[in-house]
Design a binder for this molecule. Structure first.
Ligand code: UDP
Length: 331
């Protein structure tokens, strides 16, 4: 007798993190059902299960996807995630990230799917004077990206109380790297994130990397971030899914390594990993950027058994560089 496939509905499964999650879910015996409107994702990144092309704004499309696939759980990645853009157009972030998530959460509850893994962010913590951030740190976002994610966390808590929805909320620090097999990787057009922008500058695809701000209160004046490998990040998601399927309570986990690096230090590591200089210049601060975002929590390690073994800057940059040389997705 064949086993019923265990579908997991993965919103944003054609995007950077979502596609890596789909790959790992498939490797662990689940069938990832990608729900994506392909506004920023790539059809070529959908390799590990079916796709439902649809928008989170379209409740009927969501209801149909739940009815057809009867997933055991949801992993929700689909969101806009650029701080700079959120400062220029906060409404876009509130509309898509909050209203879209509310639709998905309501559709999930209506379909009786009560296990929900949510991709949140350390940007919900905001500016905190250099303290290491743990899950109990106050959430004081300073941009609409962070505010929109915090709002969804609150929706999940409210729906937990009223409908028994159980959620694992992951607050990511800075995600980097790519699938070491080279099948998928980060591909934003235009690219805004530090490591891929740096690699484009090394490769001559852009004239230089502009360092946003050199007057922060950090040892070299540039912002500090905690970088985590995308493969480690999605590994935590599968552990979080298992946590819920085992019947455990709703829980929030930071996903960072606890090691902070300045922008200048990341440039130094890129030079070492690629053997090439990073052409760069110094520009003003980017509005909405916090000085330092570093995780001070071991909760994911202790409670989920998470082991972020690929999350050295060296491996993250090497894997991103391999993917960069493959050339990303086109279309
Ligand atoms: N950064 C930079 N130049 C760039 C892109 C990013 O100096 O072209 C800096 C940015 O100010 C931040 C860090 O690199 O301090 C990481 O930014 P990214 O956009 O990768 O991630 P975020 O922290 O916004 O999630």
């Amino acid at each position: 007798m064949t086993e019923t496939p265990k579908h997991v509905l993965v919103s944003g499964g054609a995007g950077y993190i979502g596609s890596h999650a789909c790959k790992l879910l498939a490797a662990r015996g689940y069938v990832p059902v990608c729900f994506d409107n392909l506004s920023t994702g790539w059809l070529q990144a959908v390799k590990y299960g079916p796709i439902v092309e649809g928008s989170l704004m379209d409740r009927a499309a969501l209801d149909a996807a739940f009815a057809v696939y009867q997933p055991v759980a949801v992993m929700h990645f689909a969101a806009f995630s650029q701080v700079g853009e959120a400062m220029v157009d906060p409404g876009k972030y509130w509309r898509n990230n909050v209203f879209g998530s509310l639709n998905l959460i309501e559709a999930s509850v209506a379909a009786g799917v009560l296990d929900f893994v949510f991709s949140s962010t350390c940007a919900t913590y905001g500016e905190q004077d250099g303290v290491l951030l743990d899950e109990a740190s106050a959430q004081k976002p300073i941009n609409a990206y962070g505010s929109s994610k915090r709002a969804v966390e609150e929706i999940l808590r409210d729906f937990g109380v009223s409908y028994g929805l159980r959620s694992v909320i992951f607050r990511y620090f800075n995600v980097a790297g790519a699938d070491p097999d080279g099948e998928i990787g980060e591909c934003h057009r235009p690219e805004t994130h530090l490591i891929p922008v740096m690699l484009e500058a090394i490769d001559g695809q852009r004239p230089e990397l502009v360092i946003y701000g050199t007057d922060y209160d950090t040892p070299d004046g540039t912002c500090i971030r905690d970088y985590v490998h995308v493969m480690d990040l999605v590994d935590a998601h599968v552990l979080g899914l298992q946590w819920l399927l085992d019947g455990k309570e709703s829980r929030v986990f930071n996903l960072g390594t606890g090691a902070g690096f300045t922008v200048k230090e990341v440039i130094g590591h890129a030079r070492a990993a690629t053997g090439k200089k990073v052409p760069h210049s110094f520009g003003p601060r980017r509005s909405g950027d916090a000085t330092a975002l570093v995780s001070g929590s071991h909760r994911a390690l202790h409670e989920l058994g998470w082991d972020p073994k690929r999350s050295s800057l060296k491996l993250m940059i090497q894997d991103a560089w391999t993917w960069h040389k493959i050339g990303g997705f086109h279309g």
